[in-house]
Ligand binder design. Structure first.
Ligand code: ZN
Ligand code: ZN
Length: 625
């Protein structure tokens, strides 16, 4: 058989040759350093036979920043972690341990709970394993054999995994530790030059809170120490910017055990929200949207008609009203469909753009909730555009333009992902051909860079997801634009054309911030809490030096009343109050003492800049921020 190498040369190999055999045929050094083989772009274990005619690439320890090489390295490190834990804590049961973005984790059921302080000891044990030398051996077994093995070891989670596994069962063994795993893995542990356990968390078995709570140990690994150091620095920066931490420090919001996943917004958090809402209303008005308001609860029939029941029933909070099943809305579309259908509509009314920033509720599993980024209350800057087939492209193009404008206000860079028909789609292939093509055409027309995510569309239509890159280079999914031919017809909606007959109607579902909750969470991290002047919850703070200056300080604050101004009258030293303003990242602070007047104000800016300005000059200056 033959495989094709990256330089297009062909390599003859005996039938059944593995990736490692191919590496050996090229050279012993390559074979020694090989980490994995990429076959037609797919990651494959070096120990597995190659397919005839495939394009292959052998990755080595020198591909230290290749995501696939790191994936295999970290996956292997996860197995070392499991072995170390079992050596140190006999009786511990192991669950799953996959590589994830930037690292790996492993879930354990410890006989006694462990604390963060245990991580160092476990890390030491892993290093010992690496020093002792570990290589991985792969074997395929029957499900019965695998079950017997794990039953003997009392590993009930593994037994359950064997029961639900499909395809061949493979085991990887290093030293005397055997794990159920699909691979791929390194040949041996030598390439793992840098490893760090980064944290502990609780995690339910299979993500379900009805199951046992396990202990998840997070870690990461690299091919060299320098890469680990760079990563840890970035992690520290991300920690400093964590919106949950900053949310507390800046007094923006908090969460309560009485309603997990639903933030309680403090006045300062609402100041940010209100600024965003002002932009939404202003731009919607400019761009021909009409504000509407529809109910928060509906009978189950509405959701059966929309198709959300039974598909998304589990995600919705259900109620009983007059002994009938109802639910809180998890999306605005059904209400907007009812609104559109309240009377016959003429083509002259189209496109008709309904906007509504209503709070939506989604019953996310408690284990998946994460600050403002994964919540149960989702306030979308939602809109539904009802249009004719001919209007689709212009409308999509206008929405993309709107999105681009919106994100530019926050210095966020956008890219698009076009998601196509999923397995659980409703509607015919012909309909999907048309709607997918319309979205792609709109992206091309607007010269928006995009990638395609096959099968990731909503069940009722294809969509464009807008991804943002923040100041740390992290990617976030924010806005979504979905084209839908299904829901209008499910609600029996049409429009009357110039020919006086009824025509099929299209709807574009779109949210651009995504949700206020998530968008504010991302903004907090993007700015590291140091909001630009126009968005800052407190824009100016006046600090009277002593009691005698309080009246003048308050007068000044009143004169600057078009801004969000505070006077810090606490009986603290001036130094302490200035420091607190820095911690709260307030853009402009004015210290008011004996020498200050409207002609001469001591202005301190975030970042350390100090100047003396008259009130008029200060006003002019603030207008430029
Ligand atoms: Zn594995
Ligand atoms: Zn919708």
């Amino acid at each position: 058989m033959k495989v094709v190498l990256p330089d297009s040369t062909e390599l003859e190999l005996p039938d059944g040759a593995t990736g490692l055999d191919a590496a050996r045929a090229i050279g012993p050094k390559l074979a020694e350093d090989a980490v994995l083989v990429r076959s037609n772009g797919h990651v494959q274990d070096l120990r597995l036979p190659l397919d005839d005619g495939r394009q292959i690439q052998i990755l080595t320890t020198r591909d230290s920043d290749d995501p696939d090489a790191l994936y295999v390295l970290r996956h292997s490190a996860a197995h070392l972690l499991a072995e170390a834990v079992r050596r140190l804590y006999p009786g511990t049961k192991i669950a799953i341990g996959p590589p994830i973005e930037n690292g790996f984790y492993y879930d354990f059921e410890f006989p006694e709970p462990i604390g963060e302080d245990a991580l160092e000891k476990i890390e030491e044990e892993i290093r010992k394993e690496i020093d002792e030398g570990r290589s991985w051996n792969r074997e395929e077994v029957s499900a019965e054999e695998a079950k017997r093995l794990f039953e003997e070891q009392g590993e009930n989670y593994k037994v359950e995994l064997v029961d639900t596994a499909d395809g061949p069962i493979s085991l990887y063994t290093q030293g005397d530790f055997t794990d159920l795993c699909r691979g791929p893995h390194l040949q041996n542990a030598e390439p793992i030059k840098a490893i760090k356990l980064t944290g502990l968390a609780g995690a339910y078995w299979r993500g379900d809170e009805k199951n046992t709570q396990l202990t998840r140990i997070y870690g990461t690994a690299f091919f060299n120490q320098a890469d680990l150091d760079t990563y840890l620095e970035r992690l520290e920066e991300a920690r400093r910017r964590d919106h949950r931490r900053l949310g507390q420090q800046l007094d923006l919001f908090h969460f309560s055990e009485h309603s997990p996943g639903s933030p309680l917004w403090h006045p300062k958090g609402m100041a940010i929200w209100t600024e965003l809402e002002k932009i939404r209303q202003r731009e919607n008005r400019k761009r021909g949207y009409l504000e509407v308001r529809t109910p928060l609860i509906y009978d189950a029939d509405t959701f059966y008609t929309s198709g959300h029941f039974p598909k998304y029933e589990d995600l919705m909070f259900k109620l009983e009203v007059d002994e009938h099943p109802w639910a809180m809305k998890a999306m605005n579309c059904p209400g907007h469909m009812l609104l559109f259908g309240s009377r016959p509509r003429s083509y002259r009314e189209l496109p008709l753009r309904f906007a509504e920033p209503a709070p939506l509720h989604r019953n996310e599993l408690s284990g998946t909730l994460h600050g403002l980024l994964r919540v149960r209350i989702v306030t979308q800057d939602d809109a539904h555009i009802f249009c004719t087939e001919e209007q689709i492209q212009d409308e999509i193009a206008a929405v993309v333009d709107y999105a681009r404008y919106l994100y530019s206000l926050f210095d966020l860079t956008a890219s698009a992902e076009l998601s196509t028909r999923p397995d659980n789609k409703i509607g015919t292939d012909e309909q999907w051909d048309m709607t997918e093509a319309a979205l792609e055409e709109a992206l091309k027309l607007n010269e928006i860079p995009y990638t395609i995510a096959p099968g990731e569309g909503a069940f009722y239509g294809p969509k464009i997801d807008l991804h943002m890159e923040d100041s740390l280079g992290r990617k976030w999914q924010m806005g979504t634009i979905q084209l839908d031919s299904q829901m209008p017809s499910r609600f029996g909606l049409t429009y009357v054309g110039p020919d006086n007959t009824e025509h099929p109607l299209y709807v574009i579902h779109r949210a651009l911030y995504g949700s206020y909750e998530r968008f504010i969470g991302i903004l907090i991290e993007h700015y590291g809490g140091a909001f630009p002047f126009w968005l800052a919850p407190v824009q100016l703070r006046v600090i009277p030096v002593g009691e005698a200056h309080r009246a003048a300080a308050n007068e000044l604050a009143e004169k600057l009343g078009e801004y969000r101004v505070e006077v810090d009258e606490r009986d603290e030293t001036v130094g302490k109050r200035i420091r607190d303003s820095e911690v709260e990242k307030i853009p402009v602070v004015i210290v008011y003492g004996d020498k200050e007047s409207d002609e001469s104000l001591a202005v301190r800016e975030r970042g350390g800049e100090q100047s003396t300005k008259s009130l008029d000059d200060l006003r002019d200056y603030l207008a430029t921020l």
